[in-house]
Write a protein that binds this ligand. Sequence first.
Ligand code: ZN
Length: 426
Amino acid sequence: MRLLFALAFFIASSLATQRRYDGYQVYQVKAKDRVSFDVLVKLYNERSDVYDFWTEPRNIDFTTDVMVPPAFKKTFVDLLNAFNMEYHIKIDDVQHEIELSRRDIAPPLAPKKALQRSPGTPRYSLDWTSYSDLPAIYEFVNEIAATYPNLVTVTSTGQSYLGNDMPILKISTGGSGKNAIFAEGGIHAREWISPAFVTWLIRELVENYAAHPQYVDNIDWYIMPVLNPDGYTYTFSPTGDRLWRKNRAPNSGVCVGTDLNRNFDYYWNTGGSTSIECGETYHGGAAFSQVEARNVRDAMLSVANQTKVYFSFHSYGQYWLTPWGYTSALPDDYQDLYDLAQSAVDKLTAVEGTPYTIGTSTNLLGLASGCSDDWAKGGAGIKYSYTVEMRDTGKFGFQLPANQILANNLEVWEGVKVVAEAVMLM
Ligand SMILES: [Zn+2]
């Protein structure tokens, strides 16, 4: 009987731990020809419950990163060999990487009363040398709004499925008729660098306002730092999953979560997403079936007539992407989007040589329908719609070491400034 209790306790306590990735490997794969490329696309479309494509299969000239569970290693390698595909193992043990990257997480918030700061200074713990959880980010948002009421207004766009607030910051010096930039991050939970950049962008615009007042004097900024607060929280939870991508709303079967960045209503479910609920790119039961996507939609529509640029920040791969994702056809005004992206990337790369590739989502990453950037352009009518896939190119992938946060932010900011300067003249 005692043994039974011990066993039950063991099972209960092992259930209450973060999902482990012992023996999971990340393969970098390159298709040999059209046939082998189609095999990869088939795996991506039909077996994304097993194979987690960290980067989408794009075309036969590019490599793809795939995380493979240990039980499927042999099957996977046999398949690669059968089709003569080139591959190498990029990450030998994902669990080991997760454990290494734990030191990059900021400690949980100290009780408010323990914080001692002088009046007039925002009291927040973010310092962009580590990754911060949702409570720390929301403390930052509220503190920065309370400290700079002349520049920042925080409102709620609604709640997530699990009831987390989804705030939006308006950074503005007031007045009307200004052009606007809408920027968001954190739609994919595991891409921690995204909220780490977007919060830093807020800080730069507000706390460093005096260094470059023109960016706020002439532009209204609408910024949502975490579009997927439930998923983001789950990646930090000791009983969650560091590599979770989707939101946390249940589906009809056992698998939880919709890929919010496949749930937008512009050519929704027309390729590059899956109807498999367990898949990483599950598009949801209908366009805008997910409350988080609807909240962003409504926030964007309410300011769409003044908004010239939409930014969606992601990782990884170092791409500055334009629509479309649902088709390989180019938007009519593609040259305008490309030229501005080129100017931005020139400045970005000049900082420390980080290369970025520019192009449409479909042509660089492969078909992906229902994405927010396609909807921003095609649905909300925002001309310059960009998805920026930040550092790195897969050495660390989603577990970008925290000592790269500031370098990433400084270079991307150079690109954002170029876009902001163009927005002033639009
Ligand atoms: Zn993403």
